[in-house]
Design a protein around this ligand. Structure first.
Ligand SMILES: Cc1cc2nc3c(=O)[nH]c(=O)nc-3n(C[C@H](O)[C@H](O)[C@H](O)COP(=O)(O)O)c2cc1C
Length: 328
């Protein structure tokens, strides 16, 4: 009787790491490393401290959200390989590596529904272009809320007054961030790492990609790019927040998993999305992002969803750079 799944092959590890590496991350920093577990039947997910973004993200909150998103892609890829995944977050404590372990040793066999999201991993991109003035159907909104809840995270789709409040806070944060020389320099240093996408200079990729990962700043009514004036965007964007009751590293990892679960599901349904992170980056605007009616809770992300053009693919580190070889 087979009691354990076979060890992961080199091809399995490659597929897993490639899927994990396609996750969204702050400034496309890709702050993760994947290491096969000693028994060869799982994967550890480590934070890569050389990929931290300390001026923008001093507590490593966004770093953990990004790692959480990668972790969710790993779970989807594992399901695609027919493996059941058991996940442990922070197995060695808050401050220790790895940040998560994916145990794939259970005998699989049952089709895991997460595997259906696998094609969406490659199809998902941040889309910072204007969207159509078309509402996301209620039934789909309900599915997205359920997807976030499955990861222990609350997705709140904002009503008009909430959208206007969040856009105003985003705009305020954007102004303050733009005036902060240390943040600006750090952001530019990330941009310099990736001057082109598939050989095409970022400047040629359209309004949203010109400054790559802090784009759409014009979206809130401060058009930094003449090519993307605010009025070209949908009249009232559809925004949602992802929130948690607590604000520790495990909550950040869960938020990243919820972000990616929602984003992949949205992608599978033909929706586009992008992140509006500015207001989450400053403690006071982040605090004011909370829904005053719903009370306490910690907003981890603001997501814009809608129907529009797909975003462009952004470069990723080669698999060899993010996957450690098996021990021995
Ligand atoms: C924590 C976090 C914060 C992000 N903040 C922003 C943001 O403020 N503006 C934006 O346009 N994209 C933001 N993004 C999206 C990343 O820029 C994007 O995921 C990355 O460049 C890779 O591109 P892709 O999503 O198309 O794969 C954020 C993503 C994460 C996970």
């Amino acid at each position: 009787m087979i009691t354990e799944a076979a060890a992961l092959t080199t091809a399995d590890l490659h597929l897993l790491a490639e899927a994990g590496g396609r996750a969204p991350s702050l400034h496309n920093s890709q702050p993760w490393r994947f290491r096969p577990t000693p028994d060869g039947r799982g994967l550890e997910v480590h934070a890569d401290p050389t990929r931290a973004v300390p001026a923008v993200d001093p507590d490593g909150r966004a770093l953990h959200v990004s790692i959480g998103a990668a972790l969710f892609n790993l779970r989807v890829a594992a399901a695609h390989l027919g493996r059941d995944a058991a996940v442990r977050l922070l197995p060695s404590g808050e401050d220790a590596q790895p940040r998560a372990v994916l145990d794939l040793s259970a005998p699989g066999g049952t089709k895991h529904p997460l595997g259906d999201l696998y094609p969406a991993i490659a199809a998902r991109h941040s889309s910072r272009q204007p969207f159509a003035n078309r509402d996301v159907p209620e039934a789909l909104v309900a599915e997205l809320i359920t997807a976030a809840l499955a990861e222990g995270v609350i997705l709140t789709v904002l009503e008009e007054h909430g959208v206007r409040r969040v856009l105003a806070l985003t705009s305020e944060a954007e102004d303050r961030i733009a005036a902060d020389a240390a943040r600006e320099a750090e952001t530019r240093s990330w941009l310099r790492l990736e001057p082109s996408v598939d050989g095409i200079p970022l400047t040629a990729l359209g309004s949203h990609d010109r400054d790559a990962r802090v784009p759409m700043r014009g979206f809130t009514g401060h058009p930094p790019h003449p090519a993307s004036p605010a009025e070209r965007f949908e009249a009232l964007p559809q925004l949602a927040t992802l929130s948690t009751h607590f604000d520790g590293r495990a909550d950040w990892l869960r938020s990243g998993q919820a972000l990616e679960r929602v984003w992949l599901l949205a992608t599978a349904h033909g929706l586009r999305a992008s992140v509006l992170h500015q207001a989450v980056e400053l403690p006071d605007t982040r605090w004011r992002l909370r829904d005053p009616v719903e009370g306490p809770g910690h907003v981890q992300l603001v997501l814009r969803v809608g129907y529009g053009p797909p975003g462009a693919a952004t470069p990723r580190r080669p698999v060899e750079d993010v996957l450690d070889p098996p021990e021995g």
